[in-house]
Write a protein that binds this ligand. Structure first.
Ligand code: AMP
Ligand code: GLY
Length: 437
């Protein structure tokens, strides 16, 4: 069977690499792909949102399954367009993807499913919200722990965690008055700030059966010790130490199952990856947000550990028979993924630098270098083409060894301005110290 992966990030490279290993797979295409997918699969120069061209390509090339990586084409209805054309696709419908695309819709489902989340208030007028907040917090403006969230998709820029009234007002001004994020700020939420440990739990579901994946831990801050600005994710490890099996069961029962059931009850069935961003609070897990796709970079260490056939799992999901296949087998060894980024990321950065050392890194045992923001130049060399450039991923007998192997590979790779966090997975390595926190 031929497979088409939509996207061009590290997640899509990991998906294509793993799908290509399937005995069921013939050709694996990636649209538009990157320098890594050009080597491990076949790139197709079609933009992610050009649905008619993607559908024509899938039909002309006998694609049996299309796997959608990022949220934007999902929220814009790629799966619906493919299904209407009689094509099989892994990924939720445009309506179901609103679980990520609209924070208001997400809260509606959480309320209907009686699922724990932060309290929130919705506004469409920035001026009105600021006026109400000033009245409410006149006595203590220095202590206003609120989170301001644009309702729509904002490429990870729509959430501002605030300490005091001045920060809240600045965030509202940016999102709802200046409209720095465009339409995403047509409405916005003020949310209670939750305190706890953050964790992501991902599950594959066909709308009936739910298959939780081993939990992975992202590192969202740009710099070591979780300092600096928020990013798309600077590294990840799997399994996460914060979500033990008993807690994963509780999260499945209290969050994943009611979400999938509520969506089904509301005639908006969800099929694809359900990614729950959680805060582990003293009273239990609460939902911060849902995503409707694999996490990036979490996908990379998770798929490194998957021993079963990914294509069989995604195919069964798309065909609504996930409950009938054998549960997947996971490599017991943990995996660590270190993202190497361009100088300046998550702000402005240059592109076009030639990347050296990729061949040497590829020779290391149990290491895989997943490409994200890369392209091939006219000479066939990999050059930088984005902020997050590579996700260097390694398996080890324990987390410390996986980390060491990943950084050994990182050391071999060079371009002008390349940098990475040095402390990916340290929290899991220094377990006793972490437990005291
Ligand atoms: P998001 O873009 O929705 O993933 O949010 C970005 C980050 O903001 C999350 O990973 C959390 O660290 C933080 N965040 C979002 N909502 C809350 C909340 N209610 N309380 C505390 N932190 C939050
Ligand atoms: N790594 C965070 C995300 O994929 O949303």
């Amino acid at each position: 069977m031929n497979v088409l992966v939509i996207g061009n990030g590290g997640r899509e490279h990991a998906l294509a690499w793993k799908l290509k290993q399937s005995p069921l797979a013939d050709r694996v295409f990636v649209a538009p792909g990157n320098a890594g997918t050009a080597r491990d699969a076949e790139n197709v120069p079609i933009a992610m949102l050009d649905f008619p061209a993607l559908i024509k390509f899938a039909k002309d090339n006998e694609v049996g399954l299309t796997v959608v990586g990022p949220e934007v084409p999902l929220c814009q209805g790629l799966s619906d367009a493919f299904r209407k054309a009689g094509l099989l696709v892994f990924g939720p419908s445009g309506d179901a993807a609103q679980l990520e695309g609209s924070k208001t819709y997400c809260k509606k489902i959480l309320r209907a499913g009686n699922i724990d989340t932060a309290r929130h208030w919705r506004f469409t007028s920035g001026e009105q919200a600021i006026e109400e907040l000033r009245l409410l917090h006149a006595d203590k403006p220095e202590d206003v722990p609120l989170v301001v969230k644009a309702d729509g998709l904002a490429a990870g820029k729509g959430v501002v965690v605030c300490r005091d009234l001045a920060e809240v007002e600045a965030a509202i001004e940016s999102i709802a008055i200046r409209r720095d994020l465009g339409d995403a700020g047509d409405s916005f939420l003020l949310e209670e700030k939750l305190v706890g440990i953050e964790a992501s739990v991902l599950a594959i579901t066909d709308g009936k059966a739910i298959l939780p994946l081993p939990p992975a831990q992202d590192h969202k801050a740009a710099y070591d010790n979780d300092q600096g600005p928020n990013t798309g994710g600077m590294g990840a490890y799997c399994p996460s130490i914060d979500v033990e099996p008993a807690l994963l069961d509780r999260i499945t029962e209290e969050i994943l199952v009611p979400t999938v059931h509520t969506m089904k009850r509301q005639n908006n069935p969800f099929s694809g990856v359900l990614y729950a961003g959680l805060m582990l609070c003293t009273k239990g897990p609460k939902v911060i947000e849902f995503n409707v796709r694999f996490g990036d970079p979490e996908c990379q260490p998770v798929l490194m550990r998957l021993k079963s056939d990914l294509l069989e799992i995604l195919l069964a999901t798309a065909e609504g028979r996930l409950g009938q296949i054998e549960p997947p087998v996971w490599d017991p060894r943990p995996a660590v993924c270190v993202v190497i980024a361009s100088d300046g990321y998550p702000g402005n950065y240059q592109t076009g630098h030639v990347i050296s050392g990729l061949e040497a890194a590829a020779k290391l045992p149990d290491v895989k270098v997943f490409h994200a923001g890369t392209q091939l130049n006219a000479q066939g060399e990999a050059i930088t083409a984005g902020g997050r450039v590579l996700g260097v991923t390694a398996l080890g007998d324990n987390i410390a060894q996986a980390k060491q192997r990943a950084y050994e590979a990182v050391k071999l790779i060079r371009w002008k301005g390349a940098w990475c966090r040095k402390d990916i997975a340290d929290k899991a390595i220094h377990l006793p110290q972490w437990n005291e926190a």
